[in-house]
Design a protein around this ligand. Structure first.
Ligand SMILES: Cc1cc2nc3c(=O)[nH]c(=O)nc-3n(C[C@H](O)[C@H](O)[C@H](O)COP(=O)(O)O)c2cc1C
Length: 319
């Protein structure tokens, strides 16, 4: 069977999440593609569904001292420390160029107080060419003694509500995996007005050099990402899908189209690829091509029909 194409694109891959229309469900994950333009020399950015930027704050930030990255089995630890050029510089220096591509742009936003998020969103509201906001809530709230916002449903709902009051664009809230009640957290954020959820962010980890007996990451702890976390992420997508009506974006260890399909079946409407881009910068475009091939092979009509199609009935006898 020949894949149908319109303007070089496979219309069967189109999805809508939070009212945003993506021509395919494959996005870059925050922090793994800079501001998108870093990939410009490697492939035509219009070939992927969307770009999710590095986390932006109202003011620029320097990030943590090195070492900030450590390879681990089937993954890596990072403690970049949310280094970024600031929301205003993003609008002035990066957005005009991103607008030249037919690709949706999500700006990832973080803060250490609710006011920080609101301030960043106020600035980004002026950015022509931004399609939506993704809130990174895996940050400590300095006004609440460093409590991680994304670990507390009440704090997560408060940030969501405050941002929704000022945001001129859809708001996607990114779940931390460092929680036990996924359904409760997802429902609290949905009730606070989020347009979609993305999940998951990194798991907290430590790696120790046994010769020096020192942590390998200067920050001591780092965020674990890559294929090592994929089953955790698929499980959380499945649990969130059962708990809420709003759409989900699956993230965590996705490297291929097959990995992406697993998340779609578990309940995601779209996916983001992060760590895989470090060792294969073409991972996102290859996944887009692979999704068309999967539809061909399996005779599936469109990618949308996969979302939440997980079969939890008992396996047939003899298995
Ligand atoms: C180097 C690096 C930087 C990251 N920076 C951010 C960030 O700024 N904001 C955010 O929400 N997530 C950030 N993440 C988390 C990723 O977006 C993603 O949720 C996580 O890595 C899991 O996906 P993956 O296994 O495909 O990398 C970062 C991850 C890495 C590896």
């Amino acid at each position: 069977m020949v894949t149908p194409r319109e303007n070089g694109r496979d219309p069967r891959l189109a999805v809508e999440v939070a009212g945003i229309r993506f021509h395919n469900p494959v996005l870059t994950a925050s922090g793994c593609c800079g501001y998108g333009l870093e990939f410009e020399p490697l492939f035509d950015l219009s070939r992927i569904g969307g770009i999710c930027t590095k986390g932006l704050s109202a003011k620029p930030m320097q990030g943590n001292p090195p070492a900030r990255i450590q390879e681990t089995p089937a993954g890596m630890l990072n403690a970049i420390g949310l280094q970024n050029i600031g929301a205003r510089a993003f609008i002035e220096q990066k957005l005009p160029r991103l607008r030249e591509y037919d690709v949706r742009v999500l700006t990832n936003v973080f803060g250490y107080t609710i006011d920080d998020y609101v301030e960043a969103i106020h600035i980004l509201n002026d950015g022509d060419g931004i399609d939506g906001y993704e809130l990174n809530i895996s940050c400590p709230n300095v006004k609440e003694g460093g409590l991680i916002i994304g670990n507390d449903p009440r704090a997560a709902a408060e940030v969501t509500e405050a941002v929704k009051r000022v945001a001129k664009r859809p708001v996607i809230v990114k779940l931390s995996p460092n929680i036990s009640d996924v359904a409760g957290m997802a429902r609290a954020i949905e009730s606070a007005g989020a347009d979609a959820l993305s999940l998951i962010n990194t798991l907290v980890g430590v790696s120790i050099d046994i010769r020096t007996r020192r942590p390998r990451i200067a920050n001591v702890t780092g965020g674990l990402s890559g294929p090592a976390i994929r089953p955790v992420a698929v499980r959380m997508v499945m649990q969130a899908a059962a708990a809420v009506q709003i759409p989900l974006i699956g993230i965590g260890g996705i490297a291929t189209a097959e990995d992406a399909v697993e998340f779609l079946i578990a309940g995601a409407a779209a996916v983001q690829i992060g760590t895989a881009s470090f060792y294969d910068p073409l991972a996102t475009v290859k996944a887009v091509e692979g999704l068309s091939a999967y539809l061909d092979e399996t005779g599936t009509e469109s990618i949308r029909t996969l979302t939440g199609s997980l079969d939890l009935s008992p396996p047939p006898r003899g298995h």
